[in-house]
Design a protein around this ligand. Structure first.
Ligand code: PEP
Length: 249
């Protein structure tokens, strides 16, 4: 049985005051869900949120990571640093990083390996654009994105990772994949992994991301191969985020 997971990607939002209010609200309600709850604040607030979650079940994730462990890499943050301040998860391959910061399949695979090497767990994002969906190549795109990490780190690496299917056309747009559309892709992903290792596929958590909110979360997470959510906008309001967490378990 896979434990559901809900991860909040706060992106580049917040201030010292607002993130502290947000985490207080989340801490207050986290006892009411059996799902694993992760928050991914901007780097500069990670230590503050680590302190604020020290006595709570909420876990900490980063939104990105350098593939190098240290040295002359101005502006970057390393795996050992994230580990040092108490991170457990790192989002890799988010579509915003692929589209706006030139992260190719090759780069995402290198970062994925670096996250694992540092004893952290990747939340590896994959997803097709609207154009790709409308051209009927969704499975080709998802397959290629997953192949990048399978070729570099092998299927066994997924025992320490989480996948997040995030159709690019649904991220931050208010348009959500229907539960059936999402389930079809999640089943494709699990089937692809199962063809290599049935046990890994069975234990692998595959989150859905893309305008998930308190109104649509339960129907999405009820699907057989959807194990929770990666939440952007709705993770910035404690009540909405907690409602999604409760829908997950
Ligand atoms: C995301 O960016 O990972 C995401 C799912 O965003 P939103 O929930 O705002 O669509």
């Amino acid at each position: 049985m896979r434990q559901a997971m809900v991860a909040g990607n706060w992106k580049m939002n917040g201030s010292s005051a607002s993130v502290s209010e947000l985490i207080e609200g989340i801490n207050a309600g986290v006892g009411e869900t059996s799902a694993e709850i992760v928050v991914c604040p901007p780097f500069v607030y990670l230590s503050a949120i680590a302190a604020a979650t020290a006595d709570s079940a909420v876990k900490l994730g980063a939104q990105n990571m350098c593939d190098q462990d240290g040295g002359a890499f101005t502006g970057e943050i390393s795996g050992p640093m994230l580990k040092d301040i108490g991170c457990e998860y790192v989002i890799i391959g988010h579509s915003e990083r692929r589209a706006m910061y030139g992260e190719t399949d090759e780069i995402t695979a290198i970062k994925y390996g670096a996250v694992l090497k540092n004893g952290l767990k990747p939340i590896f994002c994959i997803g097709e654009t609207l154009e790709e969906r409308e051209s009927g190549v969704t499975e080709d795109v998802i397959g290629r994105q997953i192949d990048a990490i399978l070729e570099s780190d092998g299927v066994a690496s997924l025992a320490n990772a989480v996948l997040a299917y995030e159709p690019v056309w649904a991220i931050g747009t208010g348009k959500t994949a229907s539960p059936e559309q999402a389930q079809d892709v999640h089943a494709f992903i699990r089937g692809k992994i199962a063809a290599l290792d049935a046990g890994i596929a069975d234990g692998l958590r595959i989150l859905y991301g893309g305008s998930m909110n308190p109104g649509n979360a339960a129907d999405l997470i009820a699907q057989a191969d959807i194990d929770g959510g990666l939440i952007g906008g709705a993770s910035l309001k404690a009540d909405d985020f907690l409602a999604i967490c409760k829908a997950a378990g």
